[in-house]
Design a protein around this ligand. Structure first.
Ligand code: ZN
Length: 104
């Protein structure tokens, strides 16, 4: 039988007594017109640095387009407590505690 544990607090999640919550996060580059993989007309205008630009484009094609293909998709199991915490603050930003109390 499969046992799950919470990815945040590492607590075991007992399927009989606890609800296991699955969080799926996808991270991908938001590129509107595929400039990364195609010819960048803007850059071509800068003919002096064409070689550099081509080099750069090659590198971008190798690196970033690969990244695009395997957009990060992550999956976490959370217990009930951590789910609540996560939903309130998905990115772990410490907001809310720094309320701006003005002295007025
Ligand atoms: Zn937890």
């Amino acid at each position: 039988m499969l046992h799950y544990s919470c990815d945040l607090c590492k607590r075991m999640i007992d399927p009989h007594t606890d609800v296991r919550h699955v969080v799926k996060i996808e991270v991908f580059a938001a590129i509107e017109d595929q400039e990364c993989c195609g010819e960048a007309d803007v850059l071509a205008a800068d003919a002096d640095h064409l070689d550099e630009v081509e080099e750069l484009l090659d590198r971008i094609e190798e690196d970033e387009c690969d990244d695009l293909d395997d957009a990060r998709s992550m999956r976490f199991d959370l217990c009930e407590q951590c789910r609540r915490r996560f939903v309130r603050n998905p990115l772990g930003v410490s907001s809310g505690k720094k309320l701006d109390f003005s002295q007025n």
